[in-house]
Design a binder for this molecule. Structure first.
Ligand code: CMP
Length: 408
């Protein structure tokens, strides 16, 4: 019989594994099938809730529809409440809060951006269930629109945007300073030229600033326009400056986004590359060169990655999962560490077989242009790929010869 202490430690271990599992699924960046299924379901519930909230604000709907919308709102609110409670319970599993007590980890999560958004999303549940707000009232709909904030957890780009703004804050601040200088100078100049003719619109600096902001941001409502030659000249300069400032801002943010995405992709690829032996045999310097050329792609089961007779523009390395190579004779299965799609690149011929995933599979894609570039830098890698392609060709020819012999 197990001692009570062992039994208890077993129960505790199972409990904490279960909590880790729940935490992994609730994390919106989790790439396991469970995580992906939860994300799709979450998005569906969110969509249904928002639609119900928006429709319930329409007056004169039939009573049955009203009741149905009310039921959807309450159901979605309860799901979000349960999700919040689960998140709070599983928060100590987050590596971010490693070393903290369970209570502290939960408090830290509750005060983080996803925690606060989660809390705002459960407010309608509280308001409706405590009947502070009736589910069918307009106020309920307004409350429920808070759910839109939950959409942000589905957009990893939100985090990226925050990081880009933080990375580029010095450059953005310089552009903002130029913006403010042009704004104040333009408002002062037009105030000087226009105050006599249009005292209402340009009589004071704050009033002139309204015109400067509208013109500099290229919004141009046209409600206030300069009439004097000097005022119009200032207006022309402000309009051109506005385009320049916005173009600069766009350029800075777009470049920052692209750089951040490149860095994240590099880390994603690096995580996968270490699972493929053909790469790990290369030195670190060579490996880092190839990592920048690979792309990570996740595929569901039964997905056709490559179709026979189609032109080939890339080859694939399997870092997780399995694929089936559909050959005229027996199909061949390739697992983690294997590769395919190399023959079309080496022979410059159409694909020799159709390849389908048999389970959720992660592939590293190497495009033809990068493959040919690598061929000159990393001959050992290409030699290994060529050797396997030769073996496959011989195997296929032998299979074809056997099949032809059998037919005779
Ligand atoms: P490609 O011709 O570009 O596309 C189909 C791929 O199937 C091919 O490259 C090879 O990577 C793979 N393939 C072809 N024959 C075999 C085989 N006998 N064993 C394993 N893989 C193969």
């Amino acid at each position: 019989m197990q001692s009570p202490a062992r039994l208890w430690s077993g129960v505790a271990a199972t409990g904490s594994t279960f909590r880790a599992h729940i935490h992994a699924i609730l994390r919106h960046s989790d790439n396991t099938p469970g995580g992906r299924r939860w994300r799709s379901l979450h998005l569906f519930i969110l969509g249904a809730g928002l639609l119900a909230a928006a429709l319930s604000s329409v007056d004169g709907l039939p009573t049955l529809v009203d009741r149905l919308l009310e039921a959807v709102i309450v159901l979605v609110a309860v799901v979000f409440l349960a999700e919040y409670a689960l998140h709070l319970w599983a928060a100590p599993e987050s590596p971010r809060y490693g070393g903290l007590s369970d209570a502290n980890a939960r408090l830290r999560w509750a005060l983080s951006a996803p925690g606060l958004i989660g809390l705002l999303a459960v407010l309608p549940a509280f308001a409706i269930t405590t009947t502070a707000v009736k589910a069918d009232s307009d106020l309920a709909a307004v409350f429920c629109i808070l759910w839109i904030l939950k959409l942000s957890v589905h957009a990893p780009a939100m985090g990226t945007l925050a990081r880009v703004i933080s990375n580029e804050r010095a450059t953005l601040a310089s552009v903002l300073i130029v913006f403010v200088i042009v704004l104040v100078a333009a408002a002062t100049a037009t105030h000087f030229f226009e105050r006599g003719g249009q005292p209402q619109e340009f009589g004071s600096l704050p009033a002139a600033l309204w015109w400067a902001v509208v013109t500099l941001t290229t919004t141009g409502y046209g409600d206030v326009v300069p009439h004097t030659v000097g005022g119009r000249m200032v207006g022309s300069v402000v309009m051109v400056s506005g385009i320049l400032v916005l173009a600069l801002m766009t350029g800075i943010l777009a470049t920052g986004f692209a750089e951040e995405e490149r860095r994240r992709e590099y880390l994603r690829v690096w995580d996968q590359v270490v699972k493929v032996p053909i790469f790990t045999e290369l030195g670190t310097v060579t490996l880092s060169e190839i990592v920048s050329k690979l792309r990570v792609r996740h595929y569901p089961p039964r997905f056709v990655v490559v179709r026979r007779d189609e032109p080939g523009d890339s080859m694939f390395f399997i870092s997780d999962g399995e694929v089936e190579v559909r050959l005229p004779r027996e199909p061949v299965r390739l697992g983690q560490g294997g590769f395919f799609g190399e023959m079309a690149l080496l022979d410059r011929l159409p694909r020799s077989a159709t390849i389908v995933t048999t389970q959720p599979t992660t592939l590293l894609v190497l495009y033809a242009s990068d493959f040919y570039e690598i061929a000159s830098h990393i001959p050992s890698l290409v030699a290994a790929v060529e050797k396997e392609a030769r073996r496959r060709r011989q195997e296929n020819e032998a299979g074809a010869a056997t099949a032809a012999g059998g037919a005779d």
